[in-house]
Ligand binder design. Structure first.
Ligand code: RTP
Ligand code: MG
Length: 157
């Protein structure tokens, strides 16, 4: 018998303040329903400083200060999602940044269902593996790799 091994991947997901009151449970259900494991979960209100650092890639863009204000206006849920191909699958599940576009191209996506506009768009997800590692470390510190198998190193013994 052959055992195929598909390595797990981790991504950082955030339920943004606009979605926390009304849609948190539905979003968590949808996440688990797609086969993600929620391996870390913490609810927190971001300070301006943390929100600015979290979105530092967007510093200087016209929407940056609005984005930071929005992210600080109430609690967020920060999640580590673990699954094969988690980074890409979570991005697909979120849908495009702008909910108007999401409604056209992916009406089942979370942003199509829950987002009000391009700024208040309900969820965040890391855009690549490097970004995921960096943001997970920033939010949760050193929580290790998703599976032991994944981090197994070959030795000479
Ligand atoms: P995210 O980083 O939150 O997962 O979203 P994303 O990759 O789909 O979009 P990104 O370009 O990284 O933008 C980050 C967040 O900034 C807000 N935004 N507002 N007013 C605007 O034109 C505008 N553009 C982006 C959104 O909250 C977006 O998710
Ligand atoms: Mg982004």
């Amino acid at each position: 018998e052959i055992n195929f091994f598909f390595p797990k991947q981790q991504t950082l997901a955030v339920i943004k303040p606009d979605a926390m009151e009304e849609h948190k449970e539905e979003i968590l259900e949808a996440i688990r329903g797609r086969g993600f494991s929620v391996t870390q979960l913490k609810e927190t209100e971001l300070s301006r400083e943390i929100a600015e650092e979290f979105y530092k890639e967007h510093k200087g863009k016209p929407f940056f200060s609005q984005l930071v204000d929005f992210m600080c206006r109430g609690p967020c849920a920060m999640l580590v999602l673990t699954k094969e191909n988690a980074v890409e699958e979570w991005r697909t599940m979120m849908g495009p940044t702008d909910p108007e576009k999401a409604k056209e191209t992916s009406p089942q996506s979370l942003r199509a269902r829950f987002a009000a506009d391009i700024l208040h768009n309900s969820v965040h997800g890391s855009s690549n593996e490097q970004h995921a590692r960096e943001k997970i470390y920033f939010i949760f510190g050193d929580i290790g790799t998703p599976t032991e198998l994944n981090s197994c190193k070959e030795t000479d013994q």
